[in-house]
Write a protein that binds this ligand. Structure first.
Ligand code: AMP
Length: 282
């Protein structure tokens, strides 16, 4: 595997691959890699001749400077994991490489970016679209891989791809969880052992809520999840929304859409660490 930090280095490598007719898959990440990321990489390796994994903690998608400063960075360990998973290229640029000058482009994809994370993290999806569109233009992959853990992000990226006319197949991969059920996240390493144990209640409650939903309304289910999680001392729910899985707009009945998903953001512990997860009702 090659670790590349410059755009020209990446372009040279990719031009050679393309000249040889090799298909390219891209997995964009912010590093501090775990089994969730590696599931995307492994699938990409199965489905492409050459896989590029970008590792870049993208400053423009952080609306909270402390979150950006605290974000875990483990490049050496990441590269070892990527090599073992079969990636051909780890692209790990500096911020100045991706943003030689400020990116003033504005991306707006209502309704999918106008709810949930879009409201609580102003500018977040704009930053995601800035970096993902730069990576797409640079790597020109045939396929790109995203995790369902960031459910809303997938919808925003698909809207951006359609809007910008990228000829790229967006493939989504299921959420990988710890044995406790907690969704794997780079941010889990910021939790204490006690917090990590308690954070498992997030998925346990979402999972339980599927049984609850069979005999209760959407609003009752929403309240059930919010109240159950808020009863856990180290957790504080920022939002729990039950939405149409395609438009991401809140639904008020289980018949309102063919696909219905519950999306949660929870603050955990004293730091606090912000965790997200989601569950499919139908
Ligand atoms: P991040 O490094 O957090 O930006 O994540 C990079 C990609 O990995 C995104 O598409 C995420 O949705 C995906 N991802 C992160 N955690 C998981 C997980 N636990 N299961 C599946 N995919 C994940």
């Amino acid at each position: 595997m090659k670790t590349i930090t410059t755009i020209s280095g990446l372009e040279t490598e990719l031009a050679a691959a393309r000249a040889a007719g090799r298909s390219v898959g891209l997995v964009p990440t912010m590093g501090a890699l775990h089994e969730g990321h590696l599931s995307l990489v492994k699938r990409a390796v199965e489905e492409n001749d050459l896989v590029v994994v970008s590792i870049f903690v993208n400053p423009t998608q952080f609306n909270d400077k402390t979150d950006l400063a605290n974000y875990p960075r483990t490049l050496e360990a990441d590269c070892r994991l990527l090599e073992a998973a079969g990636a051909a290229i780890a692209f790990a640029p500096e911020a100045e490489t991706m943003y030689p000058e400020p990116d003033t482009r504005r991306f707006s994809y209502p309704p999918v970016d106008a709810v949930m994370e879009g409201i609580r993290r102003p500018g977040h999806f704009n930053g995601v679209c800035q970096i993902v569109s730069k990576l797409f233009a640079l790597v020109k992959p045939r396929t790109a891989y995203f995790g369902e853990k960031d459910y809303q992000q997938v919808a925003v990226v698909k809207a951006m791809v359609a809007d910008q006319g990228f000829d790229i197949d967006i493939r989504t991969c299921p959420i990988v969880r710890e044995a406790s059920g907690l969704a794997r996240s780079s941010r889990n390493t910021l939790l204490t052992d006690e917090e990590r144990e308690q954070a498992a209640r997030i998925w346990q409650t979402l999972d339980e809520s599927r049984r609850f939903a069979a005999t209760h309304s959407v609003e009752e289910t929403r309240s059930y999840v919010t109240e159950t999680l808020n009863e856990v001392a180290v957790l504080r729910v920022e939002y729990y929304e039950i939405v149409d899985g395609d438009t991401l707009q809140a639904v008020d009945s289980w018949d309102a859409a063919t696909s219905i998903v519950g999306c949660v953001a929870v603050f955990c512990g004293s730091r606090p660490v912000r965790l997200i997860d989601n569950v499919k009702y139908k």
